[in-house]
Design a protein around this ligand. Structure first.
Ligand SMILES: NC(=O)c1ccc[n+]([C@@H]2O[C@H](COP(=O)([O-])OP(=O)(O)OC[C@H]3O[C@@H](n4cnc5c(N)ncnc54)[C@H](OP(=O)(O)O)[C@@H]3O)[C@@H](O)[C@H]2O)c1
Length: 247
């Protein structure tokens, strides 16, 4: 019999998060979803007995509460992102993703689970692999992204969340193992063939595309397939559609 999995999902009401939620449930994974408003969850999931909804302001949860929600989970998936409006982009919390990731890691460390918890972070191709030069990017592109991170808090937040996992948690942590998933331009559409790369394959002027359903599929596979997780642990795979969409 295959192992029963329980995943804590952050950002389940978002465009990608709702796809992750639906796919996890359809695979029989138990899901605990921390959401600000349960009414924004996709229709039809509320009645699923494998879903536990925690309606709360994520960053306002106490350390005790967070530990309680994390306890017993073998995976945590973050599909958090800043809401794309003036308040969401420039208002607090500017470090939503970084704080969420670091608090989740703190909760896991405090619990000292017998088996490490797999943390899967949704990130972006605009995020640098720390310590590695993005060789696919020319000087102009690197300068543009550097300026973007300076001017736009969500871009900076995504980079610092990835830097935190890489620099603070690292690859030898006994309790947390992580994969930072970097999609390119997100598209709707069904699960289709997709490709995973260790590094960048596109540029800002010629971006690739990634179906959100494919991001969700890869994240679910990471939860269910320990060998796949081992293969990508401590890395920042770029995920792109195998077939280029005709615009
Ligand atoms: N758009 C792209 O082409 C693209 C490409 C690559 C990577 N990405 C990155 O991928 C990630 C997810 O993208 P997405 O488009 O799927 O996200 P999205 O649809 O904007 O969803 C964001 C999620 O985060 C939650 N959230 C926002 N602010 C919050 C707060 N203060 N406290 C708690 N939860 C909060 C939202 O909850 P509510 O429903 O309550 O607002 C929602 O569930 C983002 O980090 C984004 O930067 C995007």
């Amino acid at each position: 019999m295959s192992k029963e999995h329980t995943a804590l999902l952050l950002g389940a009401t978002g465009c990608t998060g709702e796809r992750v939620l639906e796919q996890l449930l359809s695979r029989g994974v138990n899901v605990r979803a921390v959401v600000r408003a349960a009414g924004r969850l996709p229709a039809g999931v509320a009645a699923n007995p494998a879903l536990t909804v925690i309606e709360a302001e994520l960053l306002s949860l106490s350390d005790d509460e967070l530990r309680r929600h994390v306890a017993g989970c073998d995976a945590v998936i973050s599909c958090l992102g800043h809401v794309i409006n003036l308040k969401g982009v420039f208002g607090p919390p500017r470090d939503l993703v970084t704080r969420a990731v670091s608090r989740i890691c703190g909760a896991v460390e405090a619990l000292r689970p017998a088996e490490p918890v797999g943390l899967v972070l949704m990130s972006s191709v605009s995020v640098n692999q720390p310590g590695r030069l993005a060789t696919r990017r020319g000087g102009l592109e690197r300068a543009a992204l550097w300026a973007l991170r300076g001017a736009v808090p969500p871009a900076r937040d995504n980079q610092s969340a990835a830097d935190f996992l890489h620099g603070v948690i690292g690859t030898d942590d006994p309790f947390v193992r992580w994969v930072t998933v970097r999609p390119d331009t997100l598209l709707k559409g069904d699960v289709s063939e997709y490709v995973l790369h260790e590094g960048l394959v596109s540029s800002l002027v010629r971006p690739d595309s990634t179906n959100m359903a494919n991001v969700a599929h890869f994240m679910c596979e990471l939860v269910e397939d320990p060998a796949l997780f081992d293969n990508w642990a401590g890395k920042m795979p770029v995920i792109v559609n195998a077939v280029v969409a005709v615009q």
